[in-house]
Design a protein around this ligand. Structure first.
Ligand code: C5P
Ligand code: MG
Length: 288
């Protein structure tokens, strides 16, 4: 019988607890050598809120930084207020959302590229931001590193920013691989655009992974723990060549009541307004 006290937290919801316990014991039985973790970054590894305030996404860190003009800030905020409700609208289909997400990311990236953002400023921009990793992040990153478990961070955020966040937190270990939107700087170190392919909330699948070489190398890692906060994160593991056990854990941060049904159908474990990595750490501790 799987005994993980963290699963008793009031933030935890499961449609089928027996099924969850079955997957966890199967992951443990197959051993740590078979395990890989695939995770989203913004609002999954980073906090959604703190002290009643929203925490920034990797994009917001740039949007709010001192290097953006007041006019630029206003335009970026207008985009956020227009497109974010569309992103999380449970009543719109993926087909409806995808082109609008491409539009949001493209317009935001164009605005950011018109500002004077220097490569050399990134570290300071992150230092001055209000970003926070979820409580328990040290144990999470360190456990995976110590046990040689590959961690794939698949993010529609800004790669340069999220890498800097985990670097400044001293947890950017060699077991980590990141796929995200990376900035394109010119020879003078000024931001000119973003590298392709564009990754948005709803194309986080193998269409944006270069012939999924990463997952091919990990073909023996047949146990997967997937961490996300959006319905779009569920396809992050599509490129995995061999899946035996997969445990999907979803952070439900916003509009909880409205989204609960869908999240419970799609994620094995749903964590409601839980700003910690306690449950994930508890499961990892048990399986190691
Ligand atoms: O890492 P993740 O895939 O979660 O990153 C995407 C998040 O960044 C989305 O949830 C979206 O709300 C946010 N975003 C933003 N500003 C943009 C584009 C996306 O805050 N311009
Ligand atoms: Mg996210």
């Amino acid at each position: 019988m799987v005994r993980i006290v963290e699963l008793d937290k009031t933030t935890v919801r499961m449609k089928n607890p027996d099924h969850v316990r079955g997957i966890i014991s199967s992951i443990k039985k197959d051993g740590v050598n078979k395990l890989q973790v695939i995770s989203d970054f913004d609002m999954t590894l980073s906090r959604f809120g703190w002290n009643g305030r929203r925490c920034p996404t990797s994009h917001n860190i740039l949007d709010n930084s001192q290097v953006i003009t007041e006019e630029g800030k206003k335009q970026l905020k207008d985009l956020l207020h227009y497109y974010y409700p569309i992103e999380i609208d449970p009543n719109r289909t993926l087909e409806e959302k995808c082109p609008l997400m491409v539009e949001w990311w493209t317009r935001a990236h164009d605005l950011l590229s018109q500002q004077k953002i220097l490569k050399g400023d990134i570290a300071q921009i992150v230092k001055e931001s209000e970003v926070m990793l979820r409580d328990g992040f040290n144990e999470f990153f360190d456990q995976l590193h110590k046990n040689n478990v590959p961690l794939f961070i698949f993010s529609a955020g800004v790669g340069d920013i999220l890498e800097e966040i985990i670097r400044q937190a001293n947890v950017f270990h060699p077991n980590i691989n990141v796929v995200s939107n990376y900035m394109d700087f010119d020879d003078d170190g000024i931001l000119r655009g973003f590298k392709r392919p564009l990754i948005h909330t709803y194309n986080k699948n193998n269409t944006v992974l270069n012939n999924t070489e990463y997952f091919q190398q990990l073909s023996t890692k047949t146990s997967i723990i997937l961490l996300g906060d959006s319905m779009g994160d569920l396809t992050m593991s599509d490129g995995v060549t061999n899946v035996k056990n997969i445990l999907k854990i979803g952070f439900l941060n916003d509009k909880v009541e409205e989204h609960r049904g869908k999240y419970l159908e799609s994620y094995d474990i749903v964590l409601e307004r839980d700003e910690t990595l306690d449950v994930v750490n508890g499961i990892l501790r048990y399986t190691f």
